[in-house]
Design a binder for this molecule. Structure first.
Ligand SMILES: [Zn+2]
Length: 169
């Protein structure tokens, strides 16, 4: 089966549903907006099951994403490979309790927006300052070359910031 837009958490876990397949990059608008090329797909492999009394989704997300180098503007392939270990929780108390060990996702009305959750995860993985290999090597050998032509605005990934904030609460 493909990757559904949303899943019913309780039945997905009870039936140990598995989601394997390609998710076209074009179908993920927030991610697509950051890519130099939206051809291709994410490779998704997720297993739903019950874990320690909570519904869980575990597996991996991968693929080759095309990013634009911030320094020279060249497009380059950036390999994505990340493990996912989500616990799907219905209330904030459970979310806090699990936060130290797992990645809790708050789910409303037993429904998870699966594609959105996948997209969020990939956005978190993207490099803040994408650089192609030759620019990366150049910067490593002469750090002063890292200074871009125009001033680079220092901004934190909004999702990383949100996560940090949730963890420190
Ligand atoms: Zn470059």
């Amino acid at each position: 089966m493909g990757i559904p837009t949303r899943i019913r958490v309780s039945s997905a876990a009870a039936q140990a549903e598995r989601y394997d397949g390609g998710l076209p990059l074009k179908s993920l608008p927030r991610l697509a907006g950051l890519l130099a090329d939206v051809g291709g797909a994410l490779e998704v492999s997720l297993q739903a099951q019950m874990r320690e009394g909570h519904a869980a989704l575990q597996g991996s997300l991968g693929g080759s994403l095309t990013l634009a180098c911030k320094r020279c503007g060249k497009s380059y392939a950036w390999p994505l490979e990340t493990e996912v270990d989500w616990r799907l929780v219905a209330d904030e108390a459970s979310e806090r309790a699990l936060m130290q060990e797992f990645e809790p996702l708050l789910v409303e009305d037993d429904e998870l927006q699966l594609r959105e959750a996948i997209e969020d995860e990939v956005l978190l993985c993207l490099p803040m300052l994408p650089r192609c290999e030759s620019c990366e090597n150049m910067v490593a050998s002469q750090p002063e070359a890292a200074a871009p032509v125009e001033e680079e605005p220092r901004r934190e990934n909004p999702f990383a910031a949100l996560k940090k904030q949730l963890k420190s609460d």
